[in-house]
Write a protein that binds this ligand. Structure first.
Ligand code: MN
Length: 203
């Protein structure tokens, strides 16, 4: 994963701010990427400043085992590193709908989805159901375990799947800041539109 070492930098958005219109509006992208995501980058650099040893670790290493973190900064480091990690993934794993149909899985991943969930449509329905059920702020992920098995999980706040031993394949940010400007209370509509812009880049 790029942008994965101290001092952390805000990765540029890999497409124009209005590129995901009408699914995600330009103003939401500007606030979400340039203010909120940027805020997590600043907070993470700040909290790691007194810890030269931790500065040598990657985001994954900071997140996979919280017990290595100093007790009095553990919660903050986990939150801010999680915020950076989750937002790197979220913005990278979306793109404007295009001719290459990146929103449809291919190869082994598609086979695995079919085997695990019955069909791609059934997978989408289950993932959407999970995302609609996030209470408060959090994320829905499609993850892979160490043996390649697939699972849909929700995490709270800025928690990541890493501590649970999973690696993420796709991620949907269901914090209200991700959709409220455009969709207001209609989270279902935001979730439904996500399927047009999501990127499945594993196969
Ligand atoms: Mn967010």
């Amino acid at each position: 994963m790029p942008y994965n070492s101290y001092p952390y930098e805000l990765p540029p958005l890999p497409y124009p701010y209005n590129a995901l219109e009408p699914y995600i509006d330009e103003e939401t992208m500007l606030v979400h990427h340039d203010k909120l995501f940027a805020g997590f980058v600043t907070l993470l650099n700040g909290v790691l400043k007194p810890y030269p040893k931790l500065q040598k670790l990657s985001l994954e290493q900071l997140l996979v085992n919280p017990n290595i973190l100093p007790k009095n900064s553990r919660l903050d480091i986990t939150r801010y590193a999680g915020g950076v990690y989750n937002h790197i993934l979220f913005f990278a794993k979306m793109a404007p709908p295009g001719e290459n149909q990146h929103n449809i899985p291919t190869g082994k991943l598609m086979q695995n989805i079919n085997k695990t969930f019955g069909s791609f449509d059934k997978f989408k329905a289950l993932f959407s159901q999970n995302a609609a059920a996030v209470f408060g702020s959090g994320y829905t992920f499609l993850v892979k375990n160490r043996h390649g098995g697939l699972k849909i999980i929700n995490t709270r706040n800025q928690e990541t799947p890493l501590r649970l031993g999973y690696s993420p394949i796709i991620i949907l940010d269901v914090w209200e800041h991700g959709y409220f400007l455009k969709y207001k209370e209609r989270r279902d509509e935001y979730i439904n539109n996500f399927w047009d812009i999501v990127v499945f880049d594993e196969n």
